[in-house]
Design a protein around this ligand. Structure first.
Ligand code: M6R
Length: 359
């Protein structure tokens, strides 16, 4: 039930810190050991490459998953859009392991890939919010998101739950394969810090609504820019805004702007920069200057240790691999308030269904 909330989307954004804590209690023992079925870890251990297959927001969670699996578990990882993968399958490695990310577990595009993967007899894992879903029944293994029902068409808490489960799984896998980085990674405390930082962001609702009113209430288009993990979040942030507010929004690798797309920047174009990636922060700052010089209205979402005066949204510092869990929250709220302020049905945007069960 949405109770006092006008829309499920806002309720589900608000629930995210609690979902993080629930995942810790479901998956972590004694604040330390990640509990994942040995069968899953053994099958993953035997693989030479992970293939993450998903659609929409779940695909975007997969992009962050690649960073986690490669960095903590040291295993090469590819991420693919399900509707492309099934019909244009890349050359596979010798021992692939497939991970299907799907909130609903019913997405037809993902299922058609799983059917082929099963025919080829490769092992697979579905990470889903729905225990009895088609994808969880048909995959070799399943892990649950424990996010509670997600009703709004725009996915929010499933995205962050997917990233958190990927982090837990990467920690567990890297630990059993002896990766020092994974062994040393204190995932319990890092995710606890994330839950607190998320709470700080959801408590900023009013000021984020003010930004939405000032920058996004009239515009026809907008950009999110970032590099590395912030680029991954930019694409998801753009999808959120476009699907609920109908503002044409692009998520962009900020260094690519000058190779063409900067031609679209004119006076008043909103550009939201996400800056949590320390090695590239100064480069993205440079790109913000370039769009400012062309009249853009910029909003900067930065992490505290990288913040500059004038940044409108500052996130508490969290582990560099987990910043998407926090930086996405203000972007979800910007999308929510833009839709609300324009008078749309936030939970049921036009032309969209909660789960896409046709190819
Ligand atoms: O249930 P799934 O995670 O498989 O759904 C995938 C996409 O259809 C879904 O994420 C969609 O992109 C959402 N509307 C995004 O907010």
């Amino acid at each position: 039930e949405k109770g006092a909330y006008p829309f499920y989307m806002l309720k589900e954004i608000d629930e995210q810190p609690a979902v993080m804590r629930r995942l810790l209690s479901e998956y972590v023992e004694n604040e330390e050991t990640v509990k994942i079925d040995d069968h899953i870890l053994n099958a993953m251990k035997a693989a030479d490459r992970l293939y993450i297959v998903a659609a929409g927001t779940s695909y975007h969670a997969g992009l962050v998953g690649k960073e986690l699996f490669e960095s903590l578990a040291n295993v090469p990882t590819e991420v693919h859009v399900a509707s492309e993968f099934g019909y244009h399958m890349p050359l596979l490695s010798e021992k692939p392991f497939f991970i299907f990310l799907s909130q609903s577990g019913e997405t037809a595009d993902s299922r058609q890939v799983l059917v082929k993967v099963n025919e080829m007899m490769y092992p697979s894992l579905t990470i889903t919010n729905s225990a009895n879903s088609t994808l969880s029944r048909e995959a070799t293994y399943t892990l649950l998101l424990h996010a509670g029902p997600e009703i709004a068409v725009a996915s929010t808490k499933a995205y962050t739950a997917q990233i958190a489960v990927e982090a837990l799984l990467a920690k567990a896998l890297g630990t059993v394969t002896g990766q020092v980085k994974a062994i040393d990674y204190d995932v319990y405390h890092e995710l606890t810090a994330v839950a607190n930082a998320m709470q700080a962001m959801v408590d900023e609702k009013e000021s984020i609504n003010d930004l939405a009113k000032e920058f996004l209430s009239e515009t026809r288009n907008a950009f999110y820019i970032g590099r590395g993990i912030d680029y991954d979040v930019s694409i998801e942030a753009a999808l959120k805004l476009k699907e609920v507010s109908y503002v044409q929004t692009e998520g962009f690798a900020s260094g690519e702007l000058k190779h063409g797309t900067i031609a679209l920047i004119e006076k008043g174009t909103p550009v939201v920069a996400i800056i949590t990636d320390a090695p590239t922060a100064s480069h993205t700052r440079g790109n913000v200057q370039e769009v400012l010089a062309r009249g853009a209205n910029t909003i900067t979402i930065s992490m505290e240790s990288l913040a500059n005066e004038g940044d409108q949204i500052v996130l508490p510092d969290v582990s560099d691999l987990l910043t998407p869990l926090v930086s996405i929250v203000p972007a979800q709220l910007l999308a929510y308030y833009t839709s609300l302020n324009r008078g749309y049905d936030v939970d049921k945007p036009r032309n969209l269904a909660k789960s896409v069960t046709v190819e």
